[in-house]
Design a protein. Structure first.
Length: 106
C-alpha cells in the first residue's frame, strides 16, 4: 500500500511541475516578426498594456520562468506597428520621445 501512495504522490508532483512551467514554455514559442494576434494567441491576454506612438508593450506579471516557484519575473512582449520586435523578462521604460525601451533582467 505504501508503494501505491508514494507512486501517487510522485505522479501528482510531476503533474504540478509540468503545469507550473507553462508560461515559461509559452515565452519560448515567441519569435521576432510574429503579429499581434499570434502573440496574443500564444501568451493569452496580458496583465498590463502600454502604448507609446507606434510601440505597444504587453506585460505578463509575476509569471514562472521555470518550474520553480521562486523563479518568477514580469515578462514583456514589445511590438512595433503590430509586429513583435522584442520579448522576455525585464523592465519597460518609456523615453521622452515616446519610444518604449525593454531592459532585460540579467
Amino acid at each position: 500500500m505504501n508503494k501505491r501512495i508514494g507512486f501517487s504522490v510522485f505522479l501528482m508532483m510531476l503533474c504540478i511541475t509540468v503545469l507550473s512551467c507553462a508560461h515559461g514554455s509559452k515565452m519560448r514559442k515567441l519569435y521576432p516578426g510574429m503579429t499581434k494576434q499570434e502573440v496574443l494567441k500564444t501568451l493569452g491576454n496580458p496583465d498590463g498594456y502600454q502604448k507609446a506612438g507606434e510601440y505597444e508593450a504587453f506585460k505578463y506579471a509575476n509569471k514562472l520562468m521555470s518550474g520553480w516557484s521562486w523563479d518568477r519575473a514580469d515578462n514583456y512582449a514589445i511590438l512595433k506597428e503590430g509586429i513583435l520586435i522584442e520579448y522576455g523578462a525585464g523592465n519597460i521604460r518609456v523615453k521622452d520621445n515616446n519610444i518604449i525601451v525593454f531592459v532585460p533582467l540579467q
